[in-house]
Design a protein around this ligand. Structure first.
Ligand SMILES: [Zn+2]
Length: 245
């Protein structure tokens, strides 16, 4: 099972909602691209399903980790110009499934924010990289968000309480971008925004302060750029882009 070839991105996008499982997902996978979208005048918001309470490598007391990681994600968002960051409550890091509750919560966010484009974790596993992108929480968020895009958010009879009790009208998200999936074939040149991606990643001190992130990421992003035919020395992030309407 794999994705079809990416569609050409829509040219009339005004609002983007990023839905990820954990703090730092968007920054490892897409912060350079998000910085470009912000520069182009797009309105970008983040929705985090968990606060990453099972992450980290140090002696930080576990009860402090969610607060620390929430603050880190807000700082990382700021580094790429994103001001709106929301966290869902009631979901623990490491326990996610594409449940109806999660679909409802993502649907609520979609109907409130009304994005043209969603960027989220891939619901498809990469069998060549079991660790990292194919964390089960990522697959769950990718699946639940895809179900929220179609049919839930656009169907007035899905989760009817959202319309009845909260006045949230149906909304059609027209495009989805997946990060961390198999064979991503839409590359975005992030040479000019790489320093902001590094600043965003540095904000996740509980996750990144023990390593030299740049020396790990730069060669990887050079390969992505090279494979996409970008000029020597360019850096790129890669995605799968699909139309949903
Ligand atoms: Zn993650």
């Amino acid at each position: 099972m794999s994705f079809p070839p990416s569609a050409l991105p829509l040219q009339d996008v005004a609002r983007v909602l990023v839905v990820t499982a954990h703090p730092d997902d968007v920054d490892f996978g897409a912060a350079g691209t998000v910085a470009r979208w912000v520069d182009e005048g797009l309105d970008v918001a983040y929705l985090l399903v968990t606060r990453g309470d099972a992450g980290g490598f140090d002696e930080t007391p576990r009860d402090q980790m969610p607060l620390l990681r929430e603050a880190e994600q807000r700082a990382a968002a700021k580094a790429v110009g994103v001001g709106q960051v929301e966290f869902l409550d009631g979901y623990a890091d490491g326990t996610l499934s594409p449940t109806l509750d999660l679909r409802r919560d993502v649907t609520r966010a979609i109907r409130r924010y009304r994005p043209d484009r969603i960027l989220t974790n891939s619901p498809l596993r990469r069998w060549d990289r079991i660790a990292g992108p194919s964390h089960p929480d990522h697959l769950a968020v990718g699946e639940a968000t895809t179900c929220a895009i179609y049919p839930d958010a656009r169907n007035p009879f899905a989760f009817p309480e959202l319309l009845r009790e909260e006045g949230l009208e149906p909304w059609v998200v027209r495009e989805v971008w997946y990060q961390g999936g198999p064979n991503p074939d839409h590359a975005v040149d992030i040479t000019a925004t790489f320093s902001r991606k590094l600043a965003a990643l540095a904000a996740h001190a509980t996750q990144t302060s023990h390593e030299d992130v740049e020396s790990r990421l730069r060669p990887w992003m050079e390969v992505v750029a090279k494979n996409a035919g970008l000029p020597e020395g360019s850096l790129a992030e890669a995605f799968t882009v699909l139309r949903t309407a």
